[in-house]
Design a protein around this ligand. Sequence first.
Ligand code: NCD
Length: 342
Amino acid sequence: MHPHLLSVDSLTRDSVDRLMHVAARMEPIASRRQVTRVLEGAVLGNLFFEASTRTRVSFNAAFCRLGGSVCDTTGFTFSSMAKGESLYDTSRVMSGYCDAIVMRHPDQGSVAEFAAATHVPVINGGDGPGEHPSQALLDFYTIDKEFNRLGKHLGNAHVLLTGDLKYGRTVHSLFKLLSLYDPMRFTLVAPPGLEMPAALIELVASRGHRVEERSSLADDYTDVDVIYTTRIQKERFTAEMSEGFSLSRDFTVDRTFLDRRCARDTIVMHPLPRDSRPDANDLDVDLNGDSRLAIFRQTDNGIPVRMAIFATLLQVDDLIEKDLRPVRWFVPPRVGIDDPQL
Ligand code: NCD
């Protein structure tokens, strides 16, 4: 793997497969049956200049579960960037303190600029509307696990990506990552003005995949294997776009849509957060507790995948099994109150 993880562009099918294999070996630690200290003494710098819950906390938890410690800063207000410090200076300073750095920033390309100033491994935790490679890896890991459970194969799979495909960095990274694999079918459904960038569609189509665009979910999707829905990224809208924008119910993934228009084994994913405000028309809460809703299995998978990323970048992946000990504290058999038993 490349010394940094900035974009899916640096990944190959082989490097993704290797990471998936390492992530699977992290499962006993991620599910709190075993502990390891392979990263004892190592320090992670978690720099989040944009809102985040799961990416920031799961990178933090993943590093801690490998035995490391985390230092973090959130928002511009409490960092020296508020005093006009450059990405170059911040990068050089943080590199003297930390053994790995995760950064999220509102500007596309900023994490790459930060990484260019350091030899310490840097992971892009989201750069504006650009990319979110670790999310794509955990999404891929989730699809692979769900397909194994359902007896499906990735080749020929039909994946529907919907929501804000223009500004949604998770779909940019996932679309590219899936395109490294055998030919698949993609259906892209976005509201007007929020379509997938043409360059990405061309890239994926040039790799032999079938890509089709539609303008609403009001259609039959009985052969779709994965529905990947996303939040409308209003914070990235221009003032002109924001004015009067509201997402029509035609883009809502809910129980009725799934029951009427999809196959019984279609899985529903979302990078989260879902916008649960009444007029958001994002992924509906009426699917909570439904086994087709994979969103919390997806967030849980963030831990082994992010552990695998750290173990690979810091070159301790071969030491994991030698260092395992059983967990000594109480761990509930299931973490969610309405998680379906699969
Ligand atoms: C997403 C993000 O920040 O790109 N969330 C995440 O990291 N899981 C999606 C979003 O904000 O809508």
